[in-house]
Design a protein around this ligand. Structure first.
Ligand code: GAL
Length: 762
């Protein structure tokens, strides 16, 4: 049965690739490049033989033009046969796919300008080039009428692209496909494979529903073959396949539900072949796989080994413990002033003087017992391990509300994340209303009672964070704390707030009204005091907060002026090192892998913050979608952030957490790397085009090793531990799988595209 099905599929594949081959010209290769600007370069007659070859799909920064911003041109010569038109069903338009272009561009075909992107508020080539909106994220897809004289049928054509890069990476990048073909009905069709996530079944396999639809105003019926194939990316073996006839129209999409077996590293490819036109398209996606072992019923204390509090501040320390409830907690040697709730495992109270105490905690249930020594350090430092929690921004953006925070808090508890150390529930921008007559900043209608919200979350062992800006307004155009710093921090403390994210935003208006974002602006090193000033004002306000309270101070000014060098000086517990993260590889990997030079600045109580996590359902606004990071990219994201000793702030709607995302967030051994009391950030030991190796020194003398495949295909990687500074190796452990692999000096592994292996060695 399976064999028979496979045969049919093979036929379909060859049919599909043949038909695509005949009707599509691949234009990924053969591009030429030159920096500078000259409109003569648009002309087909221009002689570009001395131009350099360049790859499209990758920033020019990676191809020998490091840090180049400004103009550059790409040119390509390509033969366009009229058979393309003749063989097509709709004979109207030629389709040109050029990927994304960073930031602005004009596209010429045989000297005719056929498109222009990028806000174009600035004028090409003039001095008045105040940057327009970057068109960086937009896929360049064009339909050019077959009647257009710009197209030279059965002749050589010249495509010339004039690019203007404002800042950062530049050029033609990120194209799924670079091609010339004919516009067809299939261009209006799409396969939605994101709206319905993979559903885990008891035996580890999945069920999944995909939807094939067409976006057209007519009522035409379509019929074609839908082929689904799940292939092991490493062995190339096909592990499951389905082929069905799909009939659908604009009103009635075609739904197809299927099952996939539980394997690591499967790619599901969904292909559609239209029976009338012979055209098709395909999409693919990585299939989730769970690496974190199932939770055991017996207690396991996952809380970090150290906890810091200041003398006189109220303590709330939840002894994060997994295992079946009820669990009975007890403690030996608790410092005076603190008590432990035997049922909940919450330690509360106040310590009045500086001290360091090793407390022996025991957690016991009907299945077993666990004990752990935890150091309670009462002194000047808090967040002795990186903050762990949730923040509303990457999911809800300005649409955050009391209800949404509570829903995520509920999931934090119901789904057991609190038992792994996740604690802070941080409200980002969007909670603020006006100041009352006394100047007290009021929450808006979405937050009926902040104190009650804080009380309710504290009662469940969680902590609460808030957001503001040192400027008159926040980035979301809400009221900021400028000139009300002490009043604001006191108000928040009276509600019971435990954490402040303090975001530069409109402070620029105070300090330099003509400030332009994205412009390197620290012209005079003495200027640095102006960047520090608002953070010192709030530092002092926090120091004088009344009622007394420990409030984590998280600086957010996007890493300007090397904040890691002075964040500790203004008593910040963490400082954002970059601009905002997005849920794509370029953003996540770009941020994560660029943290290497900052390693020396991370230490207990002082953390580099490469921004919040982008796993699960995110969206920055009222409507959410699944993270666009692939499965392996998500493993890399969590592994890298753990290795970097970064604050871990979940950015998704927790009430919609799926099993895969939970597996990412509930791996006690991965979290333990992040929460290691030594507080070292991993060092980048090997960096090449294909992979990177990072090593993190841990408190007990062992080391964590992250091997990251940063290339676009699977890599066979062999690591001689000596080459990354580890001479004696014992007990190599796979951290995600929580399995010992043995003793060896050279480790060989195959890692899929953008994936990771995380090891711990003694
Ligand atoms: C940005 C900040 C984001 C988010 C947002 C709120 O400046 O980097 O993380 O807080 O403001 O408006």
């Amino acid at each position: 049965m399976f064999m028979a099905k496979k045969c049919i599929n093979t036929l379909i594949i060859s049919f599909l690739s043949f038909s695509l081959l005949a009707q599509e010209i691949d234009i990924k290769q053969g591009w030429k490049f030159k920096q500078g600007d000259n409109l003569e370069w648009a002309k087909p007659t221009f002689n570009d033989t001395d131009w350099k070859a360049i790859e499209v799909g990758r920033n020019w920064e990676f191809q020998g033009y490091e840090k180049y911003d400004g103009y550059a041109w790409y040119r390509l010569k390509v033969f366009i046969p009229s058979s393309l038109k003749k063989n097509s069903t709709l004979k109207d338009s030629l389709k040109l796919l050029l990927g994304k272009i960073d930031d602005h561009d004009q596209i010429f075909l045989n000297g005719f300008k056929i498109a222009e992107n990028g806000g174009m508020k600035f004028t090409f080539g003039t001095k008045d080039n105040s940057p327009g909106n970057s068109a960086y994220g937009i896929e360049r897809r064009y339909a050019i009428s077959t009647q257009n004289p710009a197209i030279l049928w059965d002749k050589e054509n010249t495509i010339a692209i004039r690019v203007f890069d404002q800042i950062g990476g530049g050029g033609m990048l990120d194209g799924k496909k670079y091609s010339i073909s004919m516009v067809d009905h299939v261009d209006d069709m799409s396969i939605d494979f994101n709206s319905n996530p993979f559903q885990f079944k008891q035996n580890g396999s999945f069920s999944k529903t995909i939807v094939l639809s067409v976006n057209t105003t007519n009522s035409q019926n379509f019929k074609g073959k839908l082929l689904i194939e799940a292939t092991d990316v490493i062995t190339k073996e096909i592990k499951a396949s389905y082929s069905v006839i799909a009939e659908f129209n604009a009103k009635n999409p075609f739904y197809f539900e299927f099952n996939l077996p539980a394997y690591e590293n499967l790619i599901a490819r969904y292909s559609y072949l239209d029976l009338s036109s012979g055209n098709g398209f395909s999409e693919s996606q990585e299939v989730p796989y769970i690496l974190t072992p199932a939770e055991k019923p017996e207690p396991k204390i996952n809380a970090a080994k150290v906890f810091g509090v200041k003398p006189g501040s109220p303590v709330l320390f939840t002894v994060a413990t997994s295992g079946v409830r009820p669990i009975v907690f007890s403690a030996e040697n608790l410092p005076t002033g603190l008590s432990l709730d035997a049922k909940t495992g919450f330690i509360t109270g106040v310590i009045n003087s500086k001290s360091e105490t090793i407390v022996k905690i025991t957690a016991k249930n009907q299945y077993g017992i666990d004990t752990k020594n935890i150091k309670i350090s009462c002194g000047d430092l808090i967040t002795l391990t990186p903050q762990m929690g949730w923040n509303s921004w990457n999911c809800w953006g300005l649409a955050v509300s009391d209800e949404k925070v509570r829903a995520s808090a509920k999931a934090m508890i119901d789904k057991g994340l609190i038992n792994y150390g996740w604690a802070y529930m941080n409200i980002d921008d969007g909670w603020e209303d006006k100041r009352d007559e006394k100047g007290v900043l009021q929450p808006n209608d979405k937050f009926p009672n902040m104190k009650k919200l804080c009380d309710d979350l504290h009662a469940q062992g969680l902590k609460v964070g808030i957001y503001s800006s040192p400027g008159p307004q926040t980035c979301g155009k809400h009221v900021g704390s400028y000139k009300f710093e002490q009043l604001d921090i006191n108000t928040w403390a009276s509600w019971g707030i435990d954490y402040l994210k303090y975001d530069w935003c409109e402070y620029s208006q105070v300090y330099m009204p003509n400030f332009v974002m994205n412009t390197p602006f620290l012209k005079n090193p003495k200027d640095i005091v102006n960047y520090q000033k608002p953070y010192i004002v709030m530092q002092n306000a926090i120091a004088n907060v009344s009622p007394k309270r420990d409030i984590v101070y998280s600086l957010c000014q996007y890493g300007w002026t090397d904040v890691w060098k002075w964040g500790a000086m203004v008593n910040g517990q963490s400082w954002r090192t970059t601009g905002d993260i997005e849920d794509n590889w370029a953003s996540m990997a770009g941020i994560g892998f660029s943290q290497a030079p900052l390693a020396a600045y991370a230490k207990p109580g002082r953390w580099n913050d490469p921004d919040m996590l982008v796993v699960g359902k995110v969206g920055w606004g009222p409507s959410l979608r699944s993270s666009r990071l692939t499965i392996n990219e998500q493993y890399t994201h969590i592994s890298l952030w753990s290795m970097l000793a970064s604050p871990l702030l979940i950015g998704c709607d927790m009430s919609q957490l799926d099993d895969f995302t939970l597996n990412l967030l509930k791996n006690s051994e991965v979290i333990a790397l992040n929460q290691d009391p030594l507080g070292k950030q991993a060092e980048q030991k090997i960096k090449n085009q294909n992979f990177q190796i990072w090593v993190k020194q841990l408190e007990d003398g062992s080391k964590a090793i992250g091997i990251f495949n940063v290339s676009d295909k699977e890599q066979n990687i062999s690591v001689d531990f000596k080459s990354v500074g580890i001479n004696t190796v014992k007990n190599v452990r796979d951290v995600w799988r929580q399995k010992n692999l043995g003793d060896f000096g050279v480790y060989e592994t195959i890692i899929p595209k953008h994936g990771v292996k995380l090891l711990r060695v003694e």
